[in-house]
Design a protein around this ligand. Structure first.
Ligand SMILES: [Zn+2]
Length: 486
């Protein structure tokens, strides 16, 4: 398997430190507000990577953090007259509910900064002992960036260029504008802990270095996060951890791309943010997972309404095809084993795509090819029904087994179809009983050879967004917007 490593800027063969075990860490969210669709993307991405590694047979220990102490959290809690940790605990509960509803919450260990204060103090003390950090009279502790010769190796940032971009009016006691805080002295009204440098709290970057070390060890296999974290967060994590241990922090750095909404970066001021809660009110969880996973994890993606509608159309097509398989299998119970190139190669093709840096778009393209084959096979009279039953049964079970790994085909087939259909019925301002009555009226008109009336009813329904499919078994109706896309 090959992974694009942000550290070497190359696609590299994945070789874990221990043959069968993978240690993986992903930076989680800072819980000062509702989680948004960008957080959903990161969560879905690392869940997918973790699940795929397990699918390949690795034992994975996956750790993700919650940043529960930070300036924004303190400001929010103060505004609400709440204790900062009570506030962040409540936000974590909300975030977990969102992730659970989304079906994207797979870490084995979830860690919080506030529960690692002793470990953080120990880490900072050792950095001071080794000469990589210094405390100020005020009680802040800074990391000396210039002491770490490899600084910039992940982000390719040059410290001279960086100096031009930073504020020169440095904080009291800070020796170099490039230095960053690993421990912050307490200001009035802020949550704080006792430390050798006085009351204070950890800086942001130190928590991840510390929690990686305590939960996974000195060098881990995979470290992930959004690409907006490459600098300064991940660069600083490397500086802290590698200064302390003298060993690489992570062998593979994976960064997921960012999410835009209708071509624009999500921002409070633009008012175009989409929280996970809002997305779940609008779309089925599987539709959200599919909209995210159908794009390459490393690209920036747009998640406007049109992307979700497209995802609904694809998922609707997939589930309707699975439903056709189910119907066929319920009517044709005898099976005859037969070789079939499509059914026999689903896993191999899935692995080929995923082994290439988790290339989910190719895996999805393969899925379309399989489903096209299934729909043709269902209509093919040259294949005997017992052979067809065997092939279709195998295709369905292989598809569900493989694609579950990337978070799709996890819903009940009929429930998902109904969920999407009902959503569009409401959107179109229609009622199922009303549509079914019209379908019956048209059947009666046809029976009475009143073809003019039958056509009129079809056109009327078409204008309302409903299409009819006639077959020898009668007429079925469907939602035009969901159905016609494929
Ligand atoms: Zn982090």
């Amino acid at each position: 398997m090959k992974i694009y490593n942000s550290l070497t800027k190359k696609k590299e063969e994945f070789i874990p430190i221990e043959k069968d075990n993978v240690k993986m860490y992903a930076c989680g969210i800072t819980v000062y507000d509702d989680s948004h669709i960008g957080h959903a993307r990161a969560s879905i991405t690392y869940d997918m990577i973790c699940c795929y590694l397990r699918f390949l047979g690795y034992k994975v220990k996956f750790v993700r953090n919650y940043t529960d102490v930070d300036d924004k959290i303190i400001a929010k809690a103060n505004a609400l007259n709440m204790n900062a940790l009570d506030y962040s605990e409540a936000r974590i509960k909300e975030a977990e509910k969102d992730f659970e509803r989304l079906g994207a919450d797979f870490p084995d260990v979830k860690v919080k900064a506030s529960e690692n204060i002793d470990n953080i103090i120990d880490f900072v003390s050792k950095l001071i002992e080794k000469g990589y950090a210094y405390s100020t009279e005020k009680g802040d502790v800074y990391y000396s960036v210039k002491k770490f010769k490899d600084y910039g190796k992940l982000s390719n940032i040059n410290t001279d260029d960086l100096l031009n971009g930073v504020r020169k009016d440095v904080e009291e006691g800070k020796r170099d504008p490039l230095d960053f805080a690993v421990w912050k002295s307490a200001k009035a009204g802020e949550i704080s802990w006792k430390s050798p440098w006085g009351e204070g709290r950890p800086g942001w970057h130190i928590e991840c270095s510390c929690m990686v070390l305590h939960n996974l060890g000195e060098t881990i296999d995979i470290h992930g996060g959004g690409k907006d974290l490459i600098f300064p967060h991940h660069e600083n994590e490397i500086a802290q951890s590698e200064a302390l241990t003298g060993k690489p922090l992570a062998n593979y750095w994976i960064h997921n791309g960012l999410v835009k909404i209708n071509g624009q970066k999500m921002s409070k001021s633009l008012g175009n943010g989409l929280t996970i809660k809002q997305a779940l009110d609008l779309y089925n969880p599987e539709v959200i997972r599919y909209a995210i996973i159908s794009k390459n994890y490393s690209s920036d993606i747009d998640l406007g309404e049109s992307e979700f509608v497209l995802a609904e159309q694809h998922i609707y097509y997939f589930y309707n095809t699975l439903n056709s398989i189910d119907k066929f299998l319920s009517e044709n119970t005898s099976m005859k084993e037969v070789k079939n190139e499509v059914a026999d190669n689903i896993e191999a093709k899935f692995r080929e795509a995923m082994d290439d840096d988790f290339n989910t778009p190719v895996a999805i393209a393969n899925l379309f090819a399989v489903f096209k084959y299934v729909n043709n096979l269902l209509k093919d009279n040259k294949v005997t029904s017992d052979e067809k039953a065997y092939i279709l049964n195998k295709i369905k079970s292989e598809i569900v087994r493989c694609y579950n790994v990337i978070g799709i085909f996890k819903e009940n087939v009929l429930d998902l179809i109904d969920d999407l259909k009902n959503k569009y019925i409401v959107k179109l301002g229609l009622e199922i009983a009303e549509i079914e009555k019209k379908v019956q009226d048209r059947a009666d008109a046809k029976l009475g050879k009143n073809y003019e009336l039958a056509d009129e009813i079809r056109n009327e329904l078409d204008k309302k967004g409903i299409i009819l499919n006639d077959s020898k078994n009668g007429t079925t109706w469907d939602i035009k917007e969901l159905y016609v896309a494929i």
